[in-house]
Design a protein around this ligand. Structure first.
Ligand SMILES: Cc1cc2nc3c(=O)[nH]c(=O)nc-3n(C[C@H](O)[C@H](O)[C@H](O)COP(=O)(O)OP(=O)(O)OC[C@H]3O[C@@H](n4cnc5c(N)ncnc54)[C@H](O)[C@@H]3O)c2cc1C
Length: 530
């Protein structure tokens, strides 16, 4: 019996079977046998007046945006195939980012405080034998999803929303003036109608899979880990650490931090979809093999609380644009989270205000066509540039590169970023890429580590590099356009629709697409320091 079988079979919730079910899905992706669902249909007729303004399909992150819209007076239903309840494992984020929940009026300061289960000290970034870089205030607060979702659900109900639990979305028919959603609750089927559908059904949403029409993901991030007790006392965390060279054609990265039930540790790696890529179960075997060396503990001294695992398919063409009127993907189904961190919760918090305002305006002006909604999930150069970074952290199945090449590159890049300080390092670690920060990093890394940088060119390939250059230039153009456009912001607000709607979305795209929505927390800003 392997460590994976032995440990996971002891855990509550049948973790081993869950892992194997997910592995079967991962296998389908690697074999290219993922079926394309046919859940969305079109019908050129009208329906009677829709029951709802918004139907949110999927309640995990969906409840957040559903609540924000219900508070603005829209009639919102959340359809969740299970029970609307957060998972036990915390979501990590910073307090600074979480403040958005209070700012948009979803939670009171006291409610937010109650939902924050942990705060920990500085976190380390280190690769191979390179120097450690320590940061504060990044992913250092653990939010308890159970408490958060419970609170949001109550707020949502208070605002007049309706939660339909144990209700699975089975199919959708897009009519001219609304969408009819066929749902199943046990043996009962029911149809409800709505003006707008928000697809919040996650990475494997049937709506998103149909929209992508069988296009395979360009890459995936595999993650396995546990939360356990029995580690030596350690109030610090690891944000991004690697201590092994490339093995099994994978570069393994690690994350670790204090959690309310002990210490969470993850192993993750970026891979393409080659059939020879490891299964999640064999990655778990490597995790248990390497964990004692990583954390300085014997496996026998740990008490396992839960196993954590996932795989995140990632598509270069993200965010996903719905091909249909009246359907908008949000959360993981939209692919708008970073292909580096996959922090979908953090990503939703970052875009919550923008999405709420935008969806509110679209409903208000009845601009719910495919073209109008596409403006709410626009091209974001700062998301697209991160693709190359992911590629630079992975190695092809047949590719021969030096065992420590990825470690050396990352050590060099982060060393230079830390020299440039928090204004460069922190936004990057919080999934925000900005043109000036990236330019400074590239220049310094190129000047001080030219050999390391040159090695990356054959690793990622010229086509990927050219594609990246286009997005990088767009990042600069978007930054400049936002500066110009911001001068017109107050004027645009006085314009009639649809011009106001489209121009406001354009400004949003320039702002968020160039990372100018990000503001450094006051204590991190050198000019604010005494
Ligand atoms: C191990 C691990 C650790 C993570 N840690 C972090 C972190 O620290 N910070 C962070 O920001 N992010 C983290 N994430 C990512 C985060 O959990 C996801 O981004 C987030 O859960 C995405 O939410 P979602 O609502 O878009 O999709 P999902 O979480 O996939 O939820 C989809 C919802 O839709 C429902 N649903 C699916 N199909 C149907 C249907 N047919 N009808 C009705 N309902 C349906 C599901 O029941 C589910 O409730 C982590 C992920 C994993 C796997």
């Amino acid at each position: 019996m392997t460590h994976t079988e032995h440990i996971l079979s002891q855990l509550p919730g049948d973790s081993l079977s869950g892992l194997r079910r997910l592995d079967a899905r991962w296998q389908d992706y690697k074999q290219g046998t993922v079926p394309t669902p046919k859940v969305v249909h079109q019908d050129d007729t009208h329906i009677a007046s829709p029951d709802w303004d918004v139907a949110v399909c999927g309640g995990t992150l969906g409840i957040m945006i559903g609540c924000a819209l219900a508070q603005r007076g829209w009639r919102v239903a959340v359809l969740e195939r299970g029970v609307l309840k957060g998972r036990e494992q915390e979501w990590n984020i910073s307090r600074h980012e979480l403040a958005a929940l209070v700012q948009v009026g979803l939670l009171s300061a006291a409610e937010l405080e109650a939902a924050i289960a942990t705060d920990y000290g500085p976190a380390r970034i280190q690769f191979g034998d390179g120097p450690g870089v320590w940061v504060e205030g990044v992913l250092n607060s653990g939010v308890d999803p159970v408490i958060l979702l419970d609170c949001l659900k109550q707020r949502f109900l208070d605002a007049g929303g309706q939660v339909l639990e144990q209700t699975a979305v089975e199919s959708l028919t897009v009519h001219r003036n609304g969408v009819a959603i066929a749902t199943r609750q046990g043996d009962h089927t029911q149809t409800l109608t709505t003006r707008l559908v928000l697809d919040a059904m996650g990475h494997f949403s049937p709506i998103a899979l149909q929209a992508r029409q069988g296009t395979p993901p360009d890459a995936a991030c595999l993650v396995v880990g546990t939360c356990a007790r029995g580690y030596p006392e350690n109030a610090t965390g690891d944000l991004f650490v690697s201590f092994t060279p490339i093995q099994r054609q994978c570069q393994y990265f690690w994350e670790a931090f204090p959690a309310k039930d002990g210490r969470t540790t993850y192993l993750f790696t970026y891979v393409d979809l080659h059939p020879d890529r490891p299964s999640l179960e064999s990655l778990f075997d490597d995790y248990f093999r390497l964990l004692p060396e990583y954390q300085g503990v014997e496996l026998d001294s740990l008490t396992w609380k839960r196993a954590l695992f996932g795989f995140f398919p990632c598509y270069r063409h993200s965010p996903l644009r719905s091909p249909w009127d009246r359907i908008l993907p949000i959360g993981d189904s939209s692919g708008s989270q970073s292909p580096l961190s996959f922090g979908g919760f953090g990503n939703m918090i970052r875009h919550l205000d923008r999405l709420t305002q935008g969806i509110h305006s679209a409903l208000d002006a009845d601009l719910l066509s495919q073209a109008a909604l596409a403006r709410l999930q626009p091209y974001q150069p700062n998301l697209s540039v991160t693709w190359l970074f992911q590629k630079a952290m992975s190695v092809g199945v047949q590719q021969a590169i030096a065992p420590n090449q990825i470690n050396e590159l990352l050590a060099a890049v982060f060393q230079e970023m830390s020299q440039l300080g928090d204004p460069v390092l922190k936004p990057f670690l919080q999934d925000v890429v900005q043109f000036p920060a990236l330019l400074q990093t590239l220049v310094r890394t190129g000047l001080f580590h030219p050999g390391t940088v040159i090695n990356v060119v054959p690793q990622v390939g010229i086509p990927a590099l050219l594609d990246w250059t286009r997005h990088y230039l767009n990042l600069g153009i978007y930054a400049a356009l936002f500066q110009l456009g911001a001068l017109w912001q107050s004027q645009i607000k006085t314009w009639p629709n649809p011009q106001r709607y489209y121009l406001s979305r354009l400004l949003d795209a320039w702002q968020y697409g160039s990372g100018q929505d990000y503001h450094l927390p006051p204590s991190s800003n050198p000019s604010d320091r005494p």
